[in-house]
Design a binder for this molecule. Sequence first.
Ligand SMILES: [Zn+2]
Length: 430
Amino acid sequence: MKNKITLTHCIILEGNENMEPKENMSIVIEDGLISYIGENPNTKDSEIIDLYDKYVLPGLINAHVHLPGSGKPSKPGSQNADSVKKLIGNPIAYSVIKRMCANYAKTELLSGTTTIRTMGGLGQIDSSIRDSVNNGEKIGPRMLVSDMAVSVPGGHMAGVLAYEATSPEECRTYVSKIAEGKPDIIKLMITGGVLDAKVKGEPGILKMPLEYVEAACAEAHKLGFKVAAHTESTEGVLVALKGGVDTIEHGAMPTDEIIALYKERKAADICTISPALPIATFPTELTNSTELVQYNGKVVMDGIIESAKECLANDIPVGLGTDTACPFVTHYNMWRELYLFHKYVGVSTSFALYSATLGNAKILGIEKETGSVTEGKSADLFIADCNPLDDLSILAKPYMVVFKGKIMKNPKVKKYAKIEKNLDVAFAKL
Ligand SMILES: [Zn+2]
């Protein structure tokens, strides 16, 4: 017999661009898929869960996650390549890190994020967690993973979450090496980041030459993978798009040429305000950073926001990700990215919710499977006490999470009080 569940008295927010609440609906879930949405369900042989007018929306999709890290600000220099290599080389440490990463993935799910895309991890930990979730050994969200990224010597995350390529040929070799671990996507680190910038006003300087990017993208596309790239400067975005990258992670102040290239290449922008806000606006003692880092953080934050605005104005898809594990970016706060997108980029709450659900699903190529409350799709649902379109902070605590039809009632995650307090103060000023 089929595993059949009927949710009754639902107010549905479907997940599309101009969603309106649909009241008094029932949702029938059979073997993990939504088989019926409407007012007259056939409840024969079904478990019935009365939701008493709770809001049912698609599970959120976080398009930019790093699993190895909690988001608690760490001491400067604690993530250097040598210490990471030592840890990964030690089987006991490796299994501890893997368990930690799996727990963070579970936290994403329990906070209502039913799909994550990882954008740089340690070894093949991400893909092995994905496989354990898919075969039912672990509880976690749907995962699209990149495993290790490709960077260059002295580049972003080089030797930590990324291999260091010294030629276009090596870029190809690393891409095919990563592909052997069966990831879902290839990640490149094209520019530096805020934390490794050396010059005031020049965050995200170009590190990976165009020929490297072209070689990596050609190899990835040949093997059937899309390419995402860390890019935090205008020059970097230009090289990324010319080289064939499919999604620009973070983004920077755009130019007409960049907008034209986005369109020509059918590329998308992934907006990540969550990691920029604390670095750009918190006192430096809190983020363990310097004035230089804070200044450059502001440059990057402005670039991320302008990039998203210009892309939207030109009908270029904009997705949302939190860049978890950056200082103050935890695995349970996807709702904050929606809020920041709404406030800084100036979109409606429904467009923010669309961007984090169906919009992200389209960019990630999984819109047939998930991303909206639609018959035939996976039952990946976020159930909220009140209407999140009135107040996105409702999404901070799901009433229930459903993933592939599995019901998680009153899901709880461990929150970090100091992080929440500081973010709440900053959000109150927006
Ligand atoms: Zn990142």
